[in-house]
Design a protein around this ligand. Structure first.
Ligand SMILES: Cc1cc2nc3c(=O)[nH]c(=O)nc-3n(C[C@H](O)[C@H](O)[C@H](O)COP(=O)(O)OP(=O)(O)OC[C@H]3O[C@@H](n4cnc5c(N)ncnc54)[C@H](O)[C@@H]3O)c2cc1C
Length: 408
């Protein structure tokens, strides 16, 4: 393997150009800083782990951040609005509905295919000469120095050194940056997996997102463009293997039994994929000129569609702090980032984790309490409003980027 003689200098080096790394690069577009993104797998590859067949439910707050970044204009036509969220518990009376009019917003959120989001972000990455993407290229070593981080990257069989004032690790759940820096993480295995697929309903989805809790785990059916629905079906991991092996007709029949007929007779199901679910929390998200973001920092259960939305709020604040600082890797800046963001992360862990624990429990009295809770949320406007704000990604301190869109 060749080794390049000189190091490439840059202000910010982002390892991982997945949903979070690419969004951060776009958020820093107008900062005047030189940004390099190192991504191992090309966008068009079938094995790209971030831009795969999943969809992402973007909260209203995330739409505002993307609008502030100038990304929303590219995405808007290919995103489906969620105007109602319908939450129910199978086998118990009681459901609640959150509606956009009550919150006085155009939509509570939007559903976008990961690949579509990837195309929009990469389109932006390629338009600005201060943003440089190295792909396919892979981080192989890190050397933290006093006033810089040096990363050795393998690109086209050549090892190239990058010297950055700040390195951002956006390299996913199995983060090599985390490992190389010996930063630990706590892992809580839910023993559950999410089976995802696109489903064609028998009737119009009417921009309603359904979240149905069942004794075997939650089922989310989210509205997509062309009257499709995005299914995220969480089941115990052993059952996920069975669901993956079923033929389409049996799969749809079982889904229909568990979900019911709110979307009419379910007609078609596309290719299925399975994701094991864990709560992963990194013990330290900053270390001497390095920040860890996205799944590398915290991976949460997708039950409430919070993971990417949380990461986007993180990077909106990070990019503002970085853009305003004379030294982008300054330790006080990194500390301010931690202080401003840890509360939101904790709230999201608590929210998703308790949803799973409360709704995965078959203890009968708890089932009645749950049903009562859903009825209460449905009947009491302040409770409904609070839940809606959480789903809309609006309950923490908002970023300037989100406020710029003038809607939060
Ligand atoms: C089933 C499911 C449904 C979900 N639904 C939602 C939802 O509706 N709403 C929501 O907000 N969130 C949702 N999430 C969470 C969301 O998918 C994650 O938050 C998001 O994918 C995290 O992106 P990331 O860029 O941090 O990590 P990743 O997507 O894992 O990307 C990491 C990138 O780093 C690259 N990489 C790794 N190592 C290296 C290296 N050494 N050198 C160079 N590059 C490297 C990889 O190739 C990859 O492109 C869902 C998750 C799941 C599993």
């Amino acid at each position: 393997m060749n080794v390049s003689e000189s190091a490439i200098d840059c202000d910010v080096l982002i390892i991982g150009g997945g949903l979070v790394g690419a969004s951060l690069a776009c958020a820093l577009e107008d900062s005047g800083l030189s940004i390099r993104v190192v991504e191992a797998v090309p966008l068009q590859s079938q094995v790209q782990p971030s831009y795969d067949d999943r969809t992402v439910a973007l909260s209203w707050g995330s739409r505002c951040i993307f609008e502030g970044m100038g990304i929303w204009a590219i995405l808007a036509d290919r995103a489906e609005a969620i105007t109602t969220i319908h939450i129910s518990d199978k086998g118990h009376f009681g459901a609640t509905r959150l509606r956009n009019e009550e919150e006085q917003v155009e939509a509570l959120g939007y559903v976008v295919e990961n690949r579509v989001l990837g195309e929009a972000l990469y389109q932006r990455l390629q338009q600005n000469s201060r943003l440089r993407l190295h792909c396919p290229a892979r981080l192989v070593r890190i050397d933290q120095q006093g006033d810089a981080v040096v990363a050795i990257v393998d690109e086209n069989q050549t090892q190239q050194a990058f010297r950055a004032r700040l390195m951002v690790a956006a390299d996913g759940v199995i983060s090599q940056v985390r490992d190389m820096l010996h930063i630990g993480s706590s892992v809580q295995d839910y023993g559950q997996s999410a089976v995802i697929a696109n489903v064609t309903p028998g009737i119009k989805h009417n921009n309603t997102a359904y979240e149905r809790f069942t004794d075997a785990g939650p089922i989310a059916l989210l509205p997509m463009t062309q009257n499709r629905c995005s299914l995220v079906w969480t089941v115990p991991t052993a059952q996920a293997a069975e669901l993956m092996q079923m033929n389409d007709a049996d799969f749809l029949l079982l889904l229909q039994q568990r979900f019911g007929f709110r979307l009419g007779q379910l007609r078609r199901v596309g290719s299925r994929h399975v994701y094991p679910l864990k709560l992963i929390e990194t013990t330290q998200i900053v270390r001497n000129r390095v920040v860890i973001v996205g799944n590398a920092a915290h991976a949460v259960h997708p039950v409430a569609g919070q993971g990417f939305n949380l990461a986007l709020r993180d990077i909106a604040i990070l990019s503002e702090l970085v853009a305003a600082s004379p030294d982008v890797g300054d330790s006080r800046l990194l500390q301010t980032y931690v202080e401003q963001r840890q509360h939101d992360a904790r709230r999201v862990y608590r929210f998703t984790d308790s949803l799973i624990k409360i709704f995965s429990n078959n203890y009968a009295p708890l089932g009645h309490l749950r049903a009562a809770g859903l009825v209460a949320v449905g009947l009491i406007p302040p409770l409904r409003h609070q839940l809606a704000r959480m789903s809309m990604g609006l309950s923490g301190r908002s970023s300037e980027m989100g406020r710029r869109a003038g809607r939060v």
